[in-house]
Design a protein around this ligand. Structure first.
Ligand SMILES: Nc1ncnc2c1ncn2[C@@H]1O[C@H](COP(=O)(O)OP(=O)(O)OP(=O)(O)O)[C@@H](O)[C@H]1O
Ligand SMILES: [Mg+2]
Length: 308
């Protein structure tokens, strides 16, 4: 198979691991900076160039697109799809995963449980918005936040209101959730490949902290996801449309709750914690699926792919 990995930096651990795993299995692989891919869109066909040369004949493409280049990156990815390449994570799915509110709506609509979440626009509505959620503690999250930065816990109604007013003053987008205290500062990252959890790690927040992010002092260890955790993670990835996904969940009294579905999950932490060759599993799954994709393409053409 001829595989393209869309990544801005070929030196990153995840990218290197995927390149090595592909080469070890006899595939041709190239890392392409999505921002250097440019394209021609016309009804007589789709073309892509890279640093002055034409790109063609890629059987598969794996996006590793950072949040800051989501729009351009997914346009490039979509162009590859239109040129017939298979991808486990189509442009539409990556866009869905990147929009937290949409993601929550899609998951909840399929009966997948998550912490009850509210959001609103007008400051005049803050009191009623909070009453829709119920009494504190509340978790307030900036939409643009990552690695635990921008995730706050408020224990009193006045604190919730104060934080919300401050965020509105800064024109920040945020959502407010019920606090799942039973999780006791632990969350579970399930790595989903091709409809299966291939590895999992439990992250535990340090003493006095509810956020389990490693950047906030959390620790990670190998874990075996329970049957209900695996089912929730697999379903969440499927609803968003991702073949490769990092699904974060926390355990609550009512079962596992989805926190996030990540379309470019890092490999370093979870390969180290689990000892599992996740890069190899991703490549093997892509190699298998791209064959089926070719047959479907011959039958249906590329147009149906745009809604994926
Ligand atoms: N509703 C909640 N109840 C209890 N703990 C929570 C809740 N939401 C988040 N946490 C804890 O805080 C951590 C950080 O939250 P979250 O993962 O939503 O944000 P992030 O890591 O900053 O962003 P992202 O994962 O989207 O990059 C979680 O890993 C979890 O340990
Ligand atoms: Mg997180």
């Amino acid at each position: 198979m001829k595989l393209a990995i869309l990544s801005r930096n070929g030196k990153l651990y995840s990218t290197r691991r995927l390149v090595d795993a592909a080469r070890e299995r006899g595939h041709t692989v190239r890392v392409l900076d999505p921002l250097r891919c440019y394209m021609r869109i016309a009804s007589d066909g789709f073309q892509m160039h890279y640093k002055g040369r034409q790109l063609a004949g890629y059987d598969a493409v794996l996006p590793r697109i950072g949040a800051s280049i989501t729009r351009y990156g997914t346009a490039v990815l979509r162009q590859f799809e239109l040129m017939g390449s298979y991808t486990p994570n189509p442009a539409g799915a990556v866009l869905r995963a990147r929009d937290k509110l949409r993601c929550h709506q899609l998951l909840a609509a399929q009966g997948i449980d998550l912490p009850a979440t509210v959001f609103g626009d007008n400051p005049d509505d803050t009191m009623d918005l909070l009453s829709m959620l119920g009494p504190p503690p509340h978790v307030i999250k900036l939409n643009e936040g990552t690695q635990g930065a921008g995730v706050m816990l408020t224990e009193k109604p006045s604190a919730s209101r104060g934080v919300i007013e401050a965020l509105r003053g800064l024109y920040a987008n945020f959502l407010v959730q019920e606090f799942i205290g039973e999780a006791k500062g632990a969350d579970l990252r399930c790595f989903v490949v091709g409809g299966q959890v291939v590895a999992a790690m439990r992250r535990q927040a340090e003493q006095g902290e509810f956020r389990s992010n490693l950047h906030r002092g959390g620790t990670a260890e190998r874990a075996v996801a329970s049957a209900d955790e695996q089912a929730a993670a697999v379903r969440a990835a499927k609803v968003i449309g991702l073949g490769v996904a990092g699904v974060d969940l926390i355990q609550s009294a009512r079962g596992p709750l989805i926190l996030e579905v990540n379309s470019s999950p890092g490999l370093e932490g979870i390969e180290a914690a689990s000892g599992i060759d996740i890069a190899g599993k991703i490549i093997e799954n892509i190699a298998k699926k791209q064959k089926r994709h070719k047959a479907a393409l011959a039958k249906n053409g590329v147009a149906p792919l745009l809604n994926k």
